[in-house]
Design a protein around this ligand. Structure first.
Ligand code: SIN
Length: 442
């Protein structure tokens, strides 16, 4: 009996054939745009090849209505480069040249660049000093968005950038109203198809708080990058321009999608939940103590090495779209010889929540503070035990009987970030079990 007939063998492909279709090059097209992908040089040969007067498209590339060939990643055109196709030899040389050029993202030009919106809010990055050597004692928040953007003409080479002045403050004056305004604007912009990412220029003093607030309430996976500077715009070696340039690249990058709100300064990328200002005045002030930053900016590209594991942005349950205020939550700082005055004052002033920045593992002074917090809890104020130490987990039922007192612990959040999560938690519930779940989730 003859065996089953084997299926016909596929016709062998020519070496330069890949998956994709050939598109004839129109005689009228003297300018072609070919897509190149700067972050995966090996992919480039798969994306384009010229065969006489044809261009090969793969599933990584599309032919746009304008007759351009664009590389896509999701919906977004990643990089494009234009050149003239005169003849086969010229085309081949052009392709090789395009591959070389594409290795440097800063050289990318044209309509395929990402659309990045820069929202300005003030800070030292927009500050001016009386002389070029004034790096302390300057005035923050004096330079407007247009001047900030015009100071970095290189931005045009990496993104289609638009700017907007949302407000103009030194960030020690940040408050809940500004946060709500900023969050709503960010969400509106990110819902638009023509915005790929957002950069927020911000004073460094409260960058860690604004970034964590946005991390919890932004409803998008698109990149949001917060940037500042430690030296005013008028200073020798001002760090604002390079920080802004890197932030725009990061906000327009595929790598930053889905990573939550990022804080990027000094060539380093940090997660909003973990970053903290660590030095009063040096340019390397932003740190993620012990856990480390997420990655670097180098050679006009982001390089990520880890991610925050906590829920954020598009996966967050918090929504401020219909809120005009946030509940009052205050921080009580722990110290030796402590008394209960601050706790009682905040309760009398109407606090709905108190974060206690305790010594060590969130310890509470007895007999002064623990009974004061206990009484506050009995009046309905939610108490979160945090630590002034700056690192580590506050152990539940460790230094205080949290179950008995009905307290919540902050996990690893520092007091200023714990305050933000407690405010948002209180917009949804006053159930302390539920709030504790949120502290272990975000
Ligand atoms: C501020 O936070 O607005 C002033 C300090 C700074 O931006 O570095």
């Amino acid at each position: 009996m003859p065996g089953p007939v084997p299926p016909p063998r596929p016709k062998p492909r020519r070496r330069d054939e890949g998956p994709g279709i050939d598109v004839p090059v129109s005689k009228n097209w003297d300018v072609q745009t070919f897509a190149v992908y700067p972050h995966a040089p090996n992919e480039q040969t798969k994306i384009i090849s010229t065969l006489d007067r044809k261009v090969r498209l793969t599933d990584h590339a599309v032919l746009s209505e304008a007759g351009r060939i664009e590389k896509t990643s999701g919906k977004r055109v990643v990089e494009m480069w234009q050149f003239r196709v005169r003849n086969h030899m010229m085309a081949t040389m052009s392709v090789l040249f395009a591959l070389l050029v594409s290795l440097d993202a800063a050289n990318a030009r044209g309509p395929g660049l990402p659309n990045v919106m820069v929202l300005a809010t003030g800070g030292t990055i927009a500050g001016t000093g009386s002389s070029s050597t004034t790096v302390v004692g300057y005035t923050a928040a004096t330079v407007g968005i247009d001047t900030l953007l015009n100071a970095v003409p290189e931005l045009k080479t990496v993104a289609n950038v638009k700017g907007e002045q949302v407000f103009q403050i030194a960030s020690e004056n940040m408050n809940n109203d500004y946060w709500l305004k900023l969050a709503k604007r960010v969400n509106t912009l990110l819902a638009q198809d023509d915005v790929d990412g957002i950069v927020i220029t911000h004073g460094t003093d409260t960058i860690e708080e604004t970034s964590y607030f946005l991390d919890l309430v932004v409803k998008s996976k698109k990149p949001v990058v917060i940037v500042g500077a430690m030296r005013p715009s008028t200073a020798i070696s001002a760090d604002g321009p390079i920080n802004l340039f890197n932030a725009v690249i990061l906000a327009g990058s595929e790598e930053a999608v889905g990573k939550g709100v990022l804080v990027a300064l000094n060539d380093q990328i940090n997660a909003a939940r973990e970053v903290t200002k660590n030095n009063t005045s040096t340019a390397d002030t932003f740190r993620t103590p012990e856990l480390g930053f997420l990655g670097y900016m180098q050679g006009n590209k982001p390089y990520f090495y880890r991610q925050s594991t906590r829920r954020h942005t598009a996966d967050s349950e918090f929504d401020v779209s219909n809120l005009d205020t946030l509940p009052q939550v205050d921080i009580v700082y722990g110290y030796a010889n402590m008394n209960r005055v601050a706790v009682d004052a905040f309760v009398a002033a109407g606090a709905k929540g108190i974060v206690h920045a305790g010594v060590g593992d969130g310890s509470l002074a007895r007999p002064a503070v623990e009974p004061a917090l206990d009484e506050a809890r009995k009046k309905g104020v939610v108490i979160v035990r945090s630590s002034r130490v700056g690192n580590g987990i506050v152990a539940r039922n460790g230094e205080a009987k949290d179950d008995e007192h009905d307290f919540v612990v902050s996990d690893t959040l520092n007091p200023q970030k714990a305050r933000i999560l407690l405010m948002l938690a209180l917009t949804k519930t006053s159930d302390t079990k539920e709030i504790q779940r949120m502290f272990y989730t975000y």
